[in-house]
Design a protein around this ligand. Sequence first.
Ligand code: ZN
Ligand code: ZN
Length: 352
Amino acid sequence: MQVIEHPVEKLHSALRSTRKELIEMYEKYSKEEKSFLEGCLIPGDSLFGPITIHSDSDWIPSHPEAPQDFLSFYSNPYRSTPNNDHKTIYIQTIGSFGEGAGITEQYVEWLREYCQAFYYGLVVKLLPPVTVASTNCTFRVNSNSYNLQLHAGELLSFLKKKKPKDAFCIVGITMIDLYPRESWNFVFGQASLTEGVGVFSFARYDDDFYKRSYAGRLKKAVRLEPGNYALFQGYYTPPITSKLLLRSCKTLTHEIGHIFGVQHCQWLQCVMQGSNHLEESDRRPMDVCPICLRKLQSAIGFKIADRYKALLCWIETEGGASVPHSGKPTQSFQDFRQWLCKCLNILQDEMF
Ligand SMILES: [Zn+2]
Ligand SMILES: [Zn+2]
């Protein structure tokens, strides 16, 4: 296992930058926020450890590129930033999300509330669900895993047309696997930065996906006729467990981060780290490192403590504000809860 250790000075300049106006902007953070952000860069800090590489198939060794510091994020002319007329993130569910009345609604509502806490200050709204048929997109059966897959690029075009006027972005989510083009096996998601559109699948976050017994495998060779969307009726969807909820919250917030222009993080353990496979994605923490936090904060404008409080409140509120008594499965979020409490303690202690 390889540990990526950056000298603390390098992390500092990645956070504050070396450009005068960006340092001045940084100085506008409160004393507590600055000492929190900077304290977290010190090696051995318990909140943000160094990134570890476990094998050559991990993201960093297989995609060598320069790390994105605050300056290169901020000066990217192609990134989109929310503003008063475009401050809503729209989530569009595509196809079924589970059996049983109400489960889909609850699960998607939990995701919505989580995103709204994570991107604190923005509004996250759900668009009415659509069926696979209504997207009119091409699909196929994967020739190795025999599960149904939707064409990601065509879904992006569908979503682009549906994007409301006040949207910062629109993200499609589905429990059906995606593929970007014939020659590719699959893709977790795809996004267009300049258009503010993304589509992501949670199919592979099912614990059983890579098992032979996976219920989404089509048993016999099915004759695929274009436009025969009947196959999607009653098609397998993963059971909604605490782990699936955690993985979907993590994926959705990571992918929306890209729409803000945040690239894969190579600084410290961070939800914006790239991931090539499920094990690597499980290894990522739920939240952003101080450098990516500044990127999001500069785009949205929240108080750091308020955002942590909102995330904590999401974990601690049974069922969520708008779906009472629904038993939100937060068991998998308990480590994150403790982590948030530690962050808040540091931010609040400093006030006295
Ligand atoms: Zn990514
Ligand atoms: Zn980061």
